[in-house]
Design a protein around this ligand. Structure first.
Ligand code: ATP
Ligand code: MG
Length: 601
């Protein structure tokens, strides 16, 4: 017997629907506006990636893939306070996992340690950093690798009279900004001379001022209806070491300043982000245009975020769940993080399938979790090897099979396979079945095992329950049954019908394992709506049982998908499973148990 994964693929995920962003890219390709399409996925390394980020990854890598382009993985690491290398590593791992076998060839990395190289375009100085193949000597892009160039662009803005050093405190700056319905007020420092601004900005960099003492601001328009254009901050002082840039800086560019310039430096053609950045777009364009840069400018396009019911995606809330111990870490299989989904056994292809199904629009909405679960089942139905396992056992003694005897039966590995493989399993005198596949007092239309009744053991034969043995407390300890061996496949009564078929494992030819049964983490469809969201935690989101499995499962590898027949899809846990102390995670049940009471039979 072998537990190799079947080479099956699910029916190809729906083709990526065309959407307004892909239409724009297609137009630009048709008009030959770019030598090559370059997109980017720009996470801030301040948390783990989740299914929402996956939508952005699938879109950005999808565009690159469909246009023979490249998608840079770039860390937008301009705020040293919240960022950490742990997140850089987890994000890199998760992105690679999600695109493996689909868009790995589009992954844009840069040569290790490389920073933008100086050059000239049309006689004007320029910097540029292009992608290389993601081999051993390559690494993701980091916005912090451009701090020197970004600083240079800030100096250039000052020289052009388009930026100034402002000594207002953060609170005063806020008060001067005004509100959407009334204009802000000019800072008293707005009219500083270029020389004074250059000198003060140099002192900011040199560390002459404490955090918050002053900042560099763009000189745009304090009366603009768009609040982001009211002299936004470009640089602030933070005497904090940086996870990637080290001790070198005590001033850091703000996201809006660094992002457009990072896009430019990397030659990004289409900078695709989520809707909350729509109001930042005029600033994105103002910065690039004010610098009169020599190369083609990137353009920003926005789409609606993915939200899924019964999940929270906010990094703040996810961090809270991790820190409060509500879950066992960022990769807890109940979390919607990519690390959690992978550990739970969700195939990357299922996540890509979901992204293709929900599409790309400008309308914020909540996607029904059932759509995600459907995508997971579609993938696993094709990919998962079938095995028998019993989660809540009750012993059955087949009194007409002698102790030590074994009746060999054949079981199919995956009926979805065009030429399915089969394996041998042993029917022995003692087997286990599920407790709820037996009812001493059966409800109407109960087709599983009952006193005096018959049921088929899948892949084996029909058995009849002759006697129910109980302990002193009245609990069923054993069902004594007769096996009708003439009803095995290939035997004279193979076609004899009974209404119920149940799964089973041999008692002595099975192995014990811990099986973790996961359910939704929250009990309400929109748990993240309020700050007290933890009161909606599902107290039954994890049940751990001691189960009995077919022996071949001892060789299963984490991530390898299995269907435990009639129960759901399972995979070994990557962290806790060991030889001799196996742990399996339930990825998902076979049917949606939330829509209606569990279907059995
Ligand atoms: P925050 O900015 O609060 O730290 P974030 O979830 O926006 O959190 P980023 O690291 O900025 O995290 O996200 C990286 C990219 O993923 C951004 O381009 C962002 O627009 C995109 N993204 C984030 N959340 C979603 C989502 N739910 N659906 C689609 N794209 C998303
Ligand atoms: Mg963000």
């Amino acid at each position: 017997m072998s537990a190799e994964p079947t080479a099956n693929a699910a029916p190809e995920a729906p083709p990526a629907p065309s959407d307004f962003i892909r239409d724009i890219v297609a137009r630009d390709v048709a008009e030959k506006r770019h030598a090559r399409i370059v997109t980017r996925f720009p996470p801030e390394p301040n948390g783990y990636l989740h299914l929402g980020h996956a939508k952005s990854i699938c879109l950005n890598f999808g565009i690159a893939r469909e246009n023979h382009g490249v998608c840079h993985l770039r860390f937008d690491d301009t705020n040293p306070v919240k960022e950490d290398s742990e997140y850089v590593e987890s994000i890199t791992r998760d992105v690679r996992w999600l695109i493996e076998g689909w868009a790995d060839h589009c992954l844009g990395f840069k040569p290790k340690g490389a920073a933008p190289a100086a050059g000239t375009v049309n006689g004007r100085p320029d910097f540029h950093l292009a992608a290389s193949a993601p081999g051993a000597d390559a690494e993701p892009f980091f916005a912090s690798d451009y701090f020197e160039q970004i600083h240079g662009y800030a100096v250039e803005l000052i020289k052009r009279g388009k930026a100034y050093v402002c000594d207002l405190s953060p609170q005063e700056t806020e008060a001067y900004r005004g509100a959407p319905d009334h204009p802000g007020k000019d800072s008293p420092f707005r009219q500083r001379s270029v020389e004074e601004n250059l000198a003060r900005f140099a002192r900011m960099r040199a560390g002459d001022f404490p955090d918050g003492a002053c900042s560099l601001r763009a000189k745009i328009d304090m009366a603009s209806p768009n609040i982001w254009l009211r002299d936004p901050l470009l640089y602030r002082i933070r005497h904090t070491a940086h996870h990637h840039a080290g001790q070198k800086w005590c001033i850091y560019p703000l996201y809006d300043f660094a992002h457009c310039l990072s896009d430019y430096l990397e030659g990004i053609t289409h900078s695709v982000c989520t809707l909350e950045f729509e109001v930042h777009r005029p600033l994105y364009e103002w910065i690039l245009q004010s610098l009169e840069l020599p190369r083609t400018l990137p353009h920003q396009y926005e789409f609606a975020k993915l939200n899924i019911s019964y999940m929270v995606f906010s990094k703040r809330r996810l961090l809270q769940l991790v820190n409060d111990g509500a879950v066992a870490g960022w990769d807890d299989p109940r979390l919607p993080t990519l690390a959690g989904a992978r550990r739970r056994g969700v195939p990357a292809a299922a996540i890509r399938r979901l992204a293709a199904t929900v599409g790309v629009t400008k309308y914020e909405s909540v996607t029904d979790v059932a759509l995600f679960e459907h995508a997971v089942r579609e993938e696993l139905n094709a990919a998962a090897t079938r095995r028998l396992a019993v989660l809540h056992t009750v012993k059955v003694v087949l009194t007409n099979i002698a102790p030590g005897d074994a009746v060999t039966c054949r079981a199919v590995d995956n009926p979805q396979d065009p030429s399915p493989r089969a394996r041998e399993i042993a029917l022995t005198r003692e087997v286990y079945i599920e407790q709820d596949d037996f009812a001493e007092v059966p409800p109407p239309k109960y087709f599983r095992l009952k006193p005096g009744g018959e049921v088929r053991l899948k892949y084996a034969c029909i058995i009849r329950c002759d006697e129910v043995v109980k302990d002193a407390g009245g609990h069923v300890t054993e069902l004594r049954c007769t096996a009708d061996l003439a009803t095995r496949a290939g035997h004279p009564d193979a076609d004899r019908k009974v209404k119920g078929t149940i799964h089973w494992v041999s008692a002595d030819r099975s192995i014990e394992a811990e099986v973790r049964l996961y359910d939704r983490l929250f009990t309400v469809p929109e748990p993240g709506a309020t700050d007290d969201f933890q009161r909606h935690l599902n107290p039954r989101s994890l049940e751990s049982v001691r189960a009995r499995l077919e022996p071949s499962l001892a060789a299963a590898r984490p991530g390898e998908p299995f269907q435990f027949e009639r129960l759901g899809y399972f995979t070994p846990d990557a962290k806790d499973s060991r030889p001799g102390a196996l742990v399996f995670n339930r990825t998902i049940t076979l049917k949606d148990t939330w829509a209606k009471p569990a279907g059995k039979g």
